[in-house]
Write a protein that binds this ligand. Structure first.
Ligand code: ASP
Length: 354
């Protein structure tokens, strides 16, 4: 090669290398915090329904998503590796504190959390109330394990990173990205045990859609969250016990009494209809209130509000109505609310605010 040609080639290579370095630093920085779930699940074959959740580590998950590093400079951290049926407040407190730490760093533009779908709605809502950042915090899971034929995890993870780097995702609270849909933590719920289109936001609708890293946003959740939330877990290491009790035809009040005897500070009734329960249970719940236990009436019905004083006299009995929150999210809000003393009026106001 002649000297001048070589110089051009070398200059070109340097240019390419510089360009590559610039492209690398120009990309947003996303940290993926992994907690387990089916997205990290594995089975012996690609066509069996049985599998183990939380079997694959975060590095292998990232490596399994072609093109993901073109969206962002990605770092992975393993926070836990459990099926979300084993998600705990201990892990959630650790996760929320780590998100708050990462979000304070100017090196982090967005955070993605991989999580099982079974309790994703509760964890999303817990983080929505306890993380203190405007930066996108996006949760993601999958319905099929990583080894399945047509696994849904890789594209879900790709789309979650695509939302985490999108400036329009800022300030919308914790989001969940599954099967091309962006949900708000307040509104989503799991509706199918097996379908990849399991999450719905029945009352409020979805926040937007995500397609191969491109997003459309339709809605901003109206509820207080993240930077506007009054809940501060920075020094919290333990949370009060709140039980959920499922109401049904001719239910026994024994479970309410057992919950109180077991030390619950709060009870959420997954009531029939508009948060109802039979007379014996209303009496047991009223007796619990007299002992200082907070009773919230939610509903086992998939959609609709639970309003105050509709068929149950909340004012007289001292109950709280869950408003739009389903029982599992009402439990999260009540658990955090019980970290400090509040009047029934103040507690009721929280359910209209968060
Ligand atoms: N049991 C699993 C979990 O929640 C189910 C899933 O992730 O879809 O971890």
């Amino acid at each position: 090669m002649r000297a001048c040609t070589r110089a051009v080639v070398v200059a070109g290579l340097i240019g390419l290398a510089t360009g590559a370095a610039e492209a690398q630093t120009a990309r947003p920085n996303v940290t993926i915090l992994a907690t387990g779930g089916t997205i990290a699940g594995a089975a012996a074959t690609g066509t069996q329904s049985g599998y183990t959740s939380g079997a694959v580590g975060i590095d292998a998950m990232i490596a399994g998503v072609p093109g993901i590093t073109k969206l962002a400079n990605i770092k992975g951290e393993q926070i836990a590796n459990v099926g979300s049926q084993d998600m705990s407040f201990d892990i959630l407190l650790k996760l929320a504190k780590r998100i708050n730490e990462l979000a304070r760093s100017s090196d982090v533009d967005g955070i993605v959390i991989t999580h099982g779908t079974d309790t994703m709605e509760e964890s999303a809502y817990f983080l929505n109330l306890t993380v203190k950042t405007d930066k996108p915090v996006v949760m993601v899971g999958s319905m099929r394990p990583s080894t399945a034929v047509s696994a849904d995890g890789p594209l879900n993870l790709y789309n979650a990173v695509g939302v985490a780097v999108d400036p329009r995702a800022k300030g919308r609270g914790v989001l969940v990205v599954m099967n091309d849909v962006i949900h708000a933590a307040h509104s989503l719920t799991k509706t199918s045990t097996t379908d990849v289109q399991t999450f719905m936001s029945p009352l409020r609708g979805v926040v937007g859609v995500a397609s191969y890293g491109k997003n459309d946003f339709y809605n901003t959740p109206p509820w207080k969250h993240t930077t506007d939330s009054e809940f501060d877990i920075s020094t919290v290491t333990q949370l009060p016990r709140v039980d959920i009790i499922f109401a049904d035809l001719d239910m026994s009040p024994d479970l309410i009494n057992a919950s109180v005897a077991g030390g619950a500070k709060g009870i959420v009734i997954a009531g029939v209809g508009n948060g109802n329960m039979n007379k014996a249970s209303v009496e047991a719940a009223a007796a619990a209130v007299k002992k200082g236990v907070v009773v919230v009436r939610a509903s086992r019905v998939a959609t609709g509000l639970v309003g105050r004083n509709v068929e149950v006299n909340d004012d007289e009995l001292g109950f709280i109505a869950s408003d739009e929150l389903n029982p599992q999210k009402a439990r999260i809000l009540l658990t955090l609310a019980l970290l400090q003393k509040r009047t029934p009026q103040q507690l009721q106001a929280l359910f209209a605010t968060y």
